[in-house]
Design a protein around this ligand. Structure first.
Ligand code: ADP
Length: 224
């Protein structure tokens, strides 16, 4: 029987930034694997390379060295259009902000995401709004949502096309502990359904719920 490839496989990622004569080594040989059905937390102090790593794993940025494979498909050394296609098919990317278009209602945001992913199952829109607990807020615009509702609406957009992989940046950064538990339950369900997730977080609650924690320190994976 064929063995499923890792959901995310990063090999020896390097990323350098240059400003004038200054060189910043944001990633210095980072390798990691996230398997289907696994939740991995990425932690580390500010400036340790978490955002850079996330951008490379999601195909938003191209590393200067190393490779990223997503479900066995190479994401690096592809042009931007190819990376965008792989991302739209495989990755739900939850950013700290900017997950919703302000001029569309919550429901329209979810519907648009479904369309981008080539899916036309309108029943899924209501299902996913109910799943994140904002079924009654579908007609609201983002500016009319509380912080917790906006976080959950962003999550609804990401979850709608049932991506096999979720990459999330501080998904509970702006919410109270009750909402955090609700969001964690959704990540748990994604994992139980065989989904992979990589979550950049400062939250102890998330790190303790994850299967593994990858700690970054100065652009490298710290031991232990
Ligand atoms: P974290 O997300 O852990 O705070 P980052 O990945 O944002 O870390 O940053 C890692 C290092 O790379 C930092 O020293 C940061 O200043 C530098 N860096 C990040 N993005 C850029 C950029 N676009 N230009 C120059 N330096 C950058």
């Amino acid at each position: 029987m064929a063995v499923a490839p890792p959901a995310i496989e990063a090999r020896e990622l390097y990323r350098f930034y240059h400003i004038g004569d200054e060189e910043t080594l944001a990633l210095r040989g980072v390798s990691l694997v996230v398997n289907p059905g696994e939740m991995v937390a990425v932690v580390g102090p500010s400036g340790s390379g978490k955002s850079t790593l996330m951008a490379c794993l999601a195909g938003l940025d191209e590393p200067d060295g190393g490779f990223v494979y997503v479900n066995g498909e190479r994401l690096t050394r592809c042009d931007e259009a190819a990376r965008t296609l792989i991302r739209s098919r495989m990755i739900g990317l939850l950013l700290q902000s900017g997950n919703l278009f302000d001029h569309l209602t919550v429901r329209q945001n979810v519907a648009l995401k479904m369309r981008f992913a080539g899916q036309s199952d309108t029943a899924r829109i209501d299902e996913v709004l109910d799943l994140v607990g904002i079924g009654a807020r579908g007609q609201a615009y983002p500016s009319q949502l509380s912080g917790g509702e906006a976080s959950r609406a962003g999550l609804a957009v990401v979850l709608a096309p049932r991506p096999p992989i979720i990459i999330a940046d501080e998904p509970t950064g702006e919410v109270d502990s009750e909402t955090e538990q609700g969001i964690l339950a959704i990540f748990d369900r994604h994992r139980a359904d065989g989904g992979a997730s990589l979550i950049v977080t400062h939250s102890e609650a998330i790190a303790s719920r994850a299967d593994r924690t990858v700690r970054l320190d100065d652009g490298r994976v710290a031991d232990g």
